[in-house]
Design a protein. Structure first.
Lengths: 486, 221
């Protein structure tokens, strides 16, 4: 149990949950854009720094919160993207206020919700209790529903409604799975709180009833898989990405999908620790592959730029799920790397897209032309981002995709062929749209906006750097995590 | 375990499945809300009975919440919304009553097969059958959400699904209270969110028919 309250407050692991919560409360009260957006960035930075300190020193696990090799990756990545997105959000929201799309009343709500979302996601990642994790994911869903609907247009409300209904059903199925896991662990661990604690569950999983675990995993995979955006259950994702404010699209793609994936991975580890249960891999591989191929073809028919990149997120979450489903040291390593690269790249793309939509006054692909000429900094940022997300060398995603494909070829060539097909189809769509949007004579309006390039180019620089040289310590760290994932 | 304890728990959980079937074919708004209130009452009785036989006092809290919130407050509030929106007409259904009921029976059969196979009979007969019933209620709730186009009846479907989850959570002996309270609480939050949405939808679309929302898809040419 935790010691004295003030000692707890000093611990970084408590801080990454407490800072967003406290700032959410503060931002809910704070009027005025300038102060609120600065405070939002500051809170993001403080959370990120606390998360970084977890790398150096880890607290002892309590029965509510723990940090291990796996979730520290997600926490550091998540808080980083949360921080850079808050910086992007400051300039994005300033423009939305100026053109009157957002009113000051909603602004307070927006900032408070942003930090509540950070709180919920960090809590889900560090929770040492499957029930607590579920509650946190549910909270994250509710806050994003509220944010997706914030513009109060027809489309935004429809997107929010759809997201809410599908997200709730997913989360309900996940709860049923969580209850089943508890039922499976109860005879072994005993009644009460202990039977829902991750560290205990993993240690004693070998004795659980395999049949119950199997059924539980199906529910958890479907439930949390809905939130990951895997193919048959992805319907909410494009709408939610397209109709909400763009910072939320960036956070959804860069963070929330990862949090849901983290939940799936944890339960996968639980099943792997029980040798008589079904192998969770094939289910993940199937859903992953279906997502990749389906999303790749869907990319061609998109007319809205944010929807377009939302389908690309479905594709990449498919690739990542596929890699973790294949399992083994190399595929897991590649999956982790791909997840990191995708988070950075996709949020960078949304930073660019957000400003592009503002400067053009539209999200329709057909009305956006010749960006490299009219807005070179934004245009080239988008080009770089799309080249990265398409998996072209020398950027980071090329390396992770290469590792995934090559390790799959060695073990299951047929699956690899399907995967490569999906990747190539998606590459075609991305290049086709990129050439239209970025090059050629510019058309349409070009509103002057004050864009923030620092978050955009920071992310892209990191992705480029990772593609050229991965530091040895990072490789060793990811390798250790990959071993843990089995 | 005494035979009577088991029988009553069994009857109440089975009753919940039965009321779920009743929900499936209600085609009038007020009738639907009344049946949902009945659903919540049966759930509350079932949870209270679990609290009694497990000697777990904390389970009376979810029972009380189910009774107060879901059997009284929410139906009354939804009734007001329905009147305000002027939709106390018939609900359109995607499929007819017959196929819907057949599909529902299939789902109950499925959940029996799955849950009874997955749990060994030696462990805990009550928990085992509770889980099977709970899964039936969850799946019937899902079916209802799929079959209905009206936003209010989708909400009712979703809440009946949540009732199934609470049945499962209380049937799992000794499951920590944290989770139960939060389930109940999240339903409240969810309701508020939906309520807000409903009002907005009414304001903007003059319809709570979700199909009408589809017309506003962002991808029209």
């Amino acid at each position: 149990m935790s010691p004295l309250p003030f000692a707890v407050a000093l611990e970084p692991v408590t801080a990454i949950v407490a800072i967003p919560l406290a700032s959410a409360a503060l931002l809910a009260l704070l009027p005025g854009y300038w102060l609120a957006s600065r405070l939002n960035v500051l809170a993001g930075l403080a959370t990120f720094l606390c998360a970084l300190s977890l790398l150096a020193q880890r607290p002892r696990p309590t029965d509510l919160i723990f940090i291990d090799d796996l979730n520290v990756v997600f926490v550091v990545l998540g808080t980083f993207v949360g921080f850079t997105t808050s910086a992007f959000s400051a300039s994005y929201i300033a423009h939305e206020l100026k053109i009157g799309r957002l009113t000051p009343r909603y602004l307070r709500f927006y900032h408070a919700m942003y930090q509540t979302l950070m709180f919920a996601m960090n809590l889900a990642l560090v929770a040492n209790n499957i029930g607590l994790m579920w509650v946190a994911v549910e909270l994250a869903t509710l806050t994003t529903v509220a944010m997706v609907g914030i513009y109060r247009t027809h489309e935004a409300l429809e997107a929010a409604w759809k997201y809410f209904i599908l997200g709730s059903v997913g989360i309900a199925l996940a709860l049923f799975g969580t209850i089943l896991v508890y039922m499976a662990s109860r005879p072994v661990v005993g009644e009460g709180h202990d039977a829902m604690v991750w560290t205990t569950l993993i240690a004693k999983a070998a004795g659980f009833s395999p049949e119950l675990l199997n059924v539980a995993f199906i529910f958890l995979m479907l439930g949390y898989g809905t939130k990951v955006g895997l193919a048959p259950l992805h319907a909410w994702l494009p709408d939610a990405h397209a109709e909400g404010p763009t910072p939320i699209s960036a956070v959804l793609s860069g963070l929330l999908l990862n949090v849901a994936l983290y939940a799936v991975l944890r339960f996968k580890m639980l099943l792997a620790a029980n040798h008589t249960a079904i192998a969770p891999g094939p289910l993940m591989v199937t859903m992953g592959l279906v997502s990749v191929v389906f999303a790749a073809f869907m990319l061609y028919r998109r007319r809205d730029i944010k929807r377009f990149f939302a389908y690309s997120s479905v594709e990449h979450m498919g690739i990542i799920t596929f890699a973790f489903g294949m399992g083994g040291g190399l595929a897991n390593f590649a999956g982790l790397l791909h997840m990191t690269m995708h988070s950075l790249t996709k949020s960078a793309i949304f930073f660019a897209v957000g400003h592009i939509a503002q400067t053009k006054g539209t999200q329709r692909l057909a009305e956006i032309r010749g960006l490299t000429e009219s807005r070179p900094a934004l245009g080239w940022g988008l080009v770089l981002g799309v080249v990265a997300i398409a998996g072209l060398p020398p950027l980071g995603i090329f390396m992770s995709e290469f590792l995934i494909v090559s390790s799959t070829f060695a073990r299951a060539p047929l699956l690899a062929i399907v995967l490569v097909l999906g990747l190539l189809v998606a590459l075609g769509a991305l290049m086709l749209r990129l050439s239209e949007v970025a090059f050629g004579p510019p058309t349409g309006a070009t509103e002057p906006i004050t864009a923030s390039f620092v978050p955009l180019y920071t992310h892209l620089a990191l992705v480029l750097a990772a593609g050229i040289y991965l530091p040895g310590s990072l490789v060793a760290w990811f390798r250790a995590v990959a071993q843990l994932l089995g | 375990m005494r035979g009577q304890d088991f029988d009553v728990a069994h009857m109440l959980a089975g009753g919940l499945v039965l009321v779920s079937f009743l929900l499936l074919y209600q085609d009038r708004m007020f009738a639907l809300l009344n049946v949902f209130a009945l659903h919540a009452v049966v759930l509350s009785a079932s949870v209270a009975w679990q609290a009694y036989i497990q000697e777990a006092e904390h389970l009376y809290v979810p029972a009380a919440i189910a009774l107060l919130l879901k059997a009284v407050i929410i139906p009354v509030a939804l009734r007001r919304i329905v009147i305000k929106l002027g939709i106390h007409r018939t609900i359109e259904q995607v499929a007819g009553v017959g196929p819907t009921m057949l599909a529902g029976m299939g789902l109950v059969g499925l959940s029996m097969v799955v849950m009874l196979k997955a749990t060994s009979p030696s462990v805990d007969a009550l928990a085992r059958e509770d889980l099977a019933f709970a899964l039936s209620v969850v799946l019937l709730g899902l079916l209802m959400m799929v079959m209905r186009r009206n936003a209010v009846s989708q909400i009712v479907g979703f809440m009946s699904l949540e009732n199934g989850l609470i049945l499962a959570a209380t049937g799992a002996k000794g499951m920590p209270l944290v989770v139960e309270i939060s389930i109940a609480f999240s339903i409240l939050v969810a309701f508020i969110v939906i309520g807000v949405f409903l009002f907005r939808i009414r304001e903007r679309f003059d319809s709570v028919d979700v199909q009408a929302l589809d017309a506003f898809r962002g991808e029209r040419r």
